[in-house]
Design a protein around this ligand. Structure first.
Ligand SMILES: NC(=O)c1ccc[n+]([C@@H]2O[C@H](COP(=O)([O-])OP(=O)(O)OC[C@H]3O[C@@H](n4cnc5c(N)ncnc54)[C@H](OP(=O)(O)O)[C@@H]3O)[C@@H](O)[C@H]2O)c1
Length: 222
């Protein structure tokens, strides 16, 4: 499949590399086509590089990990019309973060920026270090990866790509839930920065089933 990446940063590099190794056609875009070509060469597996506009044009799925909406750095934003865009972005998270009110998720701003695109929030809760492991190791460890989006077929495709990386996709509903996944990233980074444990990854763990003790759940009065 044709997969492209806006920006040649940490996440683009590790995810593009992983998909290239799996045999996908990978294209990295950058503000500097020269830089993108050199990073593509570093990745190997026939990865290619060029401008962000070329990347937007190339991919059937476009991974967006530039900390700003695409209209701020693409010459031709309409290249992304009807494309599936995986939004990996999280808010900047200063160490003295005070919990600003969230008015709109980053994913929702990307959707507003490109109304015709199919945005899927995904991969914003695995640090790049978590993706150093190969798909088999990730699969064995049961790492979950949350996704949210409004377009079912786009979500199904992104879920399939996550599975290929060795991740277990968890459908977290429509794009309006993306803000929760962005807050999940704030929780994760609070823990990571405090402990230095960048392999931490969020997920649901299910408690063992057992007969009710001390009575079943009752409806409370609020
Ligand atoms: N790092 C992680 O572990 C991790 C995990 C989950 C989610 N995230 C999220 O993913 C996003 C990217 O993280 P990252 O660590 O990959 O960041 P990064 O290494 O800084 O990469 C971001 C890339 O965006 C491009 N860029 C920077 N400023 C730009 C501008 N003004 N206009 C256009 N392009 C610009 C640059 O690529 P070029 O120089 O090639 O143009 C840069 O390499 C962030 O929102 C982050 O919160 C990161």
């Amino acid at each position: 499949m044709k997969l492209s990446f806006l920006g040649t940063g940490n996440m683009s590099r590790v995810i593009a590399g992983s998909f290239a190794e799996l045999g996908h056609e990978v294209f990295l875009g950058s503000r500097s086509a020269e830089k993108a070509c050199s990073i593509a060469k570093e990745i190997g597996f026939h990865a290619r590089g060029g401008t962000n506009d070329e990347a937007a044009d190339f991919g059937e799925v476009v991974f967006h990990s530039v900390r700003n909406v695409p209209s701020t750095f693409l010459q031709n934003i309409s290249l992304l019309d009807d494309k599936i865009i995986v939004d990996l972005n999280n808010r900047d998270f200063p160490r003295e973060y005070n919990g600003a009110e969230i008015v709109e998720s980053l994913a929702a701003s990307v959707q507003k920026d490109i109304p015709k695109a199919k945005i899927v929030k995904a991969l914003n809760n695995q640090a790049m270090e978590a993706l150093f492991a190969n798909p088999e190791a990730l699969r064995k460890s049961g790492v979950q990866s949350f996704i949210a989006g409004d377009h079912l077929e786009a979500k199904v495709l992104v879920a399939e790509l996550l599975q290929q990386l060795g991740l277990s996709p968890i459908d977290f509903g429509p794009l309006k839930n993306a803000w929760l996944l962005e807050v999940q990233a704030d929780i994760l980074r609070t823990y990571m920065f405090a402990t230095g444990k960048f392999l931490a990854t969020p997920g649901f763990i299910f408690a063992p089933e057992a007969p009710a003790r001390f009575g079943e759940r009752r409806k409370g009065e609020y």
